[in-house]
Design a protein around this ligand. Structure first.
Ligand code: GLY
Ligand code: MN
Ligand code: MN
Length: 456
């Protein structure tokens, strides 16, 4: 990341042989404009005002939670800290940035706009939040898009977050522009650096807290800048899918380490998980076997692949491992149909990725907002779409030893098929997840994460 990440975008000029973000941005902006124009026309509006959002305060306090910008705002330009600003767009006209830049000596105001994107906007600076009203372009029917506040009631918007508009935008953004893909490539390279540092810290005997600190330092991103709360789990903590703490104490014995943590570039996320064993033991053999299955699944990320089918293939892969490592004494197909594989893999194979880590639109059947149902018995799958060119999805199969699910399995009708002595011996490892970010391409998938680790 650039040093002044509070203000200026990642320029991306530092990667030999790859077009810089500055060169890719104009085409990106054109695509965003086209998508908004089409959506506004269908929804019956002649303009949109995309509100960046305002910081939220703590209850009974004068401090704010870390600010998170409206994803629709950062779709237009690489500004992550521009609270109370607007991007206003009238199809056919240059987009307007109404940029809130207060005079303030308590907090550093957003910096003057600079960088490759500025010449594409008409920029109007306002010093007070109320002045934005007069700076927005006049339009007969302007839709408001963002977090609504009562103070906007008198501003004359025709509608607030109209569903017909949002559905079209959410459906379209699954396919990434060249600029977005390059942001995500770079986010993966930064993430890989963080992962390498975290792995070294684990093998050197660090605590979860120390590993997390090493990860952030190697990424050059603070906790607040990461695209999601990093999961840093030693031993049985890996059995909690979104384990949220960072233990300061080192465990008496270390068996395993699961890290699900990543960086972002210009508001585009990476989402990366790796799992390690402390020894060259059977748990490491299980990790290696799952890694092979994960890579095979990643190779199927292509246009026209139905993600529901791929998710079910992942269950068959997990069932094979359960059989081959003698956890479950049943043919793999039966483990799947009996719901046993779901006790070891209780989440979806993956999700769309981009402006948000769990990007919107993964269940949409069309731009009209109707949904594609999840397969029966798979309530946590977040992507049921058929992949198209330049969709970016995570591929993140897992195999866990989760106490509450194992109790359920033990109490149920299929308990006798389980080798409990073996399962019990693996509880101390918590579980395994391996997660890559993959671009669907007719010419063959681009695995952003594997490519990034290869550059280390
Ligand atoms: N990091 C959350 C997830 O993998 O979906
Ligand atoms: Mn994920
Ligand atoms: Mn993840």
């Amino acid at each position: 990341m650039n040093r002044l990440s509070h203000s200026s975008p990642h320029q991306g000029a530092d990667r030999a042989g790859k077009p810089a973000l500055a060169d890719l941005y104009p085409t990106h902006l054109e695509t965003v404009g086209q998508r908004f124009s089409a959506a506004l026309e269908t929804a019956g509006f002649d303009a949109v005002a995309v509100f960046a959002g305002s910081p939220h305060g703590w209850f009974l306090d004068d401090q704010d939670y870390p600010f998170q910008i409206n994803p629709h705002f950062k779709n237009w330009l690489p500004l992550l800290h521009a609270h109370d600003s607007f991007v206003a767009y009238v199809p056919g006209q240059k987009p307007v940035l109404v940029y809130y830049q207060p005079e303030d000596y308590w907090y550093l105001p957003p910096a003057p706009p600079s960088g490759y994107w500025t010449r594409h906007f008409e920029i109007r600076i306002v010093r007070h939040t109320e002045d934005a009203k007069g700076a927005l372009p006049g339009a007969r029917r302007c839709a408001f898009l963002g977090e609504w506040q009562e103070r906007f009631k008198s501003w004359g918007f025709a509608d607030v977050n109209p569903e017909t508009l949002l559905n079209q935008l959410h459906y379209a953004r699954a396919a990434k522009t060249g600029y977005e893909l390059e942001c995500m490539r770079q986010a993966n390279i930064i993430s890989a650096k963080g992962h390498r540092a975290a792995e070294q810290a684990f093998h050197a005997g660090a605590s979860e807290f120390e590993i997390h600190t090493a990860f952030c330092a190697a990424c050059g991103q603070t906790d607040d800048e990461l695209p999601y709360h990093a999961i840093i789990a030693l031993n049985e903590h890996a059995a909690t899918l979104h384990y949220q703490y960072r233990e300061r104490e080192k465990p008496a014995r270390r068996h395993s380490f699961l890290i699900d943590a990543a960086a972002q570039v210009n508001g585009y996320a990476a989402d990366v998980t790796r799992t390690y064993s402390a020894e060259r033991d059977e748990f490491q053999a299980l990790i290696d076997a799952l890694d092979k299955e994960q890579q095979a699944l990643g190779k199927k990320v292509r246009p026209e692949t139905d993600f529901k089918t791929l998710h079910l293939e992942a269950h068959h892969a997990i069932a094979r491992l359960l059989h081959d490592f003698d956890f479950v004494r049943l043919p793999p197909g039966e483990s799947v149909t009996k719901g046993i594989s779901s006790m070891f893999l209780p989440h979806g194979l993956g999700h769309l990725l981009g402006l948000q880590v769990h990007d919107v639109g993964g269940l949409m059947a069309s731009p009209r907002g109707n949904l594609i149902p999840k397969p029966d018995g798979h309530p946590y799958l977040r992507n049921t779409r058929v992949l198209k060119e330049n969709f970016v999805t995570t591929i993140e199969p897992g195999l866990y030893f989760i106490p509450s699910l194992l109790e359920k399995l033990k109490a149920g009708p299929h308990s006798r098929h389980v080798n409990w002595a073996k399962v019990d011996a693996f509880r101390k490892f918590g579980g395994i997840r391996i997660e890559d970010n993959v671009v669907a391409r007719a010419a063959g998938p681009e695995n952003l994460t594997r490519d990034a680790f290869k550059t280390m």
